[in-house]
Design a protein around this ligand. Structure first.
Ligand code: DI6
Ligand code: FE
Length: 403
């Protein structure tokens, strides 16, 4: 504790949910103490060491959780694909629309045409919607540039968002999202460019916190993804994967083999993939917004993931095509209703497990000594009341790094 529990700020009379494994679901009359942006103590007031602080915040019995973490977003993009979604509702398929030049490539055209300031300006309202619901950490992917210059603009826009708002931003380079038109029919040549030119340059500029890829029949093969992952490893960067979303392509197992932080989507994940992920400690990031918006019918194998002890995170997948969702609270509700997660699993999925999925388990995601003091303070008294509603935003305050 050091210096007799002197701290900068104390939050008292909280109903605390620490999300630390083994601790009670809710700690009544909890207290959180922070110094230099880090948690000194989080737990029952009656068990706390003597604490003295310049400022005390009375939580009035409100629920206090770790700040929320959205571990999978495509927040930075240009263009509008709502017309395309309406065509899908009239019966056209995602694949047919993509084949006719729509889909990801339509967003690529719009994003390539946008400068960095425009990318930041269009992403800010989406980011603000997340922050208004208690998000303190957000992952942002590239992947709509698909060439060095526009991918760099997307990643710089993501970094700029982190400077314009009080939020921790983690970037993922998703050059292997789709094959760009100039390489149509030559995916391997595009992968050559990713591993030989794009990734090394962007990593050298400090723009890449992790490397992602889309492993799917309509995107990149396991062998192509493996090349991208090997290039990431050579640069010391962690990897993650869009895996088994539309078909079982062995993506979960591939991610696990490469020690991935996470494998995301996983609707069609098979038994082998589950076992491999459990063995590797790869987090399953569930994205119920895309499942809902694409009107999918095969849900990820949540019961089997739970049995195998695979950690499960929940994220928005905020993107213009398959999950135009800017509410992590609604993602939690969808994960409960559509995938069968318990309210506690939903909360752990946007805190502790989401931090793991970003390689931030030692930084945030739980209320425990030494971690960043990232809090969300809610005008509700139970975790159920956060998850089992659609629309209300009970956030009362958001704290990042003790502020
Ligand atoms: N899976 C998805 O659901 C999104 N990307 C991906 O790899 C789709 C992105 C889009 O349609 O723009
Ligand atoms: Fe995605």
């Amino acid at each position: 504790m050091g210096e007799a529990g002197i701290c900068d700020r104390i939050w008292r009379d909280a109903r605390l949910v620490t999300c630390v494994p083994g601790q009670p679901g809710v700690i009544e009359r909890g207290v959180v103490a922070a110094r230099d942006g880090r948690i000194l103590y989080a737990g029952e007031a009656s068990l706390a060491p003597p604490l003295r602080a310049a400022e005390t915040v009375d939580c009035g019995g409100r629920l206090v959780t770790p700040g929320l973490i959205d571990a999978h977003t495509h927040l930075v993009h240009a263009g509008d694909r709502s017309g395309e979604a309406a065509r899908r509702l009239r019966g056209e398929s995602y694949a047919a629309i993509a084949a006719a030049g729509g889909g990801i490539l339509s967003t690529v055209r719009a994003t390539r045409a946008a400068d960095q300031a425009a990318l930041v300006a269009s992403a800010l309202p989406r980011l603000d919607a997340l922050l208004a619901e208690g998000v303190t950490t957000v992952e942002i992917k590239s992947g709509y540039g698909l060439a060095l210059e526009p991918e760099r603009r997307m990643l710089r826009a993501a970094r700029t968002l982190g400077e314009r708002r009080r939020v921790r931003v983690r970037t993922s380079f998703l050059g292997a999202h789709a094959v760009p038109p100039e390489h149509a029919g030559h995916a391997d040549a595009y992968v050559d460019e990713i591993v030989g030119a794009m990734l090394p340059a962007l990593a050298a500029e400090g723009l890449v916190d992790a490397v992602d890829a889309f492993c799917e029949r309509i995107a990149f093969s396991p062998a192509q993804v493996a090349r991208v992952f090997e290039a990431a490893r050579a640069l010391g960067l962690p990897v993650k994967l869009h895996a088994d979303q539309l078909s079982d392509g062995g993506g979960g197992a591939l991610a696990a083999r490469h020690g991935a932080l996470s494998a995301d989507h996983l609707e069609h994940l098979g038994e082998d993939g589950i076992a491999a992920m459990a063995g590797a400690g790869t987090v399953a990031v569930l994205l119920p917004g895309a499942f809902y918006f694409l009107r999918e019918t095969v849900a990820p194998p949540v019961a089997a993931l739970r049995r195998a002890g695979v950690p499960m995170a929940v994220a928005t997948d905020c993107n213009p095509g398959t999950s135009p969702l800017t509410s992590l609270l609604l993602a939690m509700n969808l994960a409960a209703v559509l995938f069968g997660l318990t309210p506690e699993e939903c909360l752990a999925g946007v805190t502790r497990e989401a931090a793991r999925a970003l390689g931030l388990a030692r930084e945030t995601g739980m209320l425990a000594p030494g971690l960043a003091c990232d809090l969300a303070i809610w005008d509700v008294t139970s975790v159920e009341a956060l998850v089992c509603r659609m629309g209300p935003n009970p956030l009362q305050a958001r704290v990042l790094g003790g502020e």
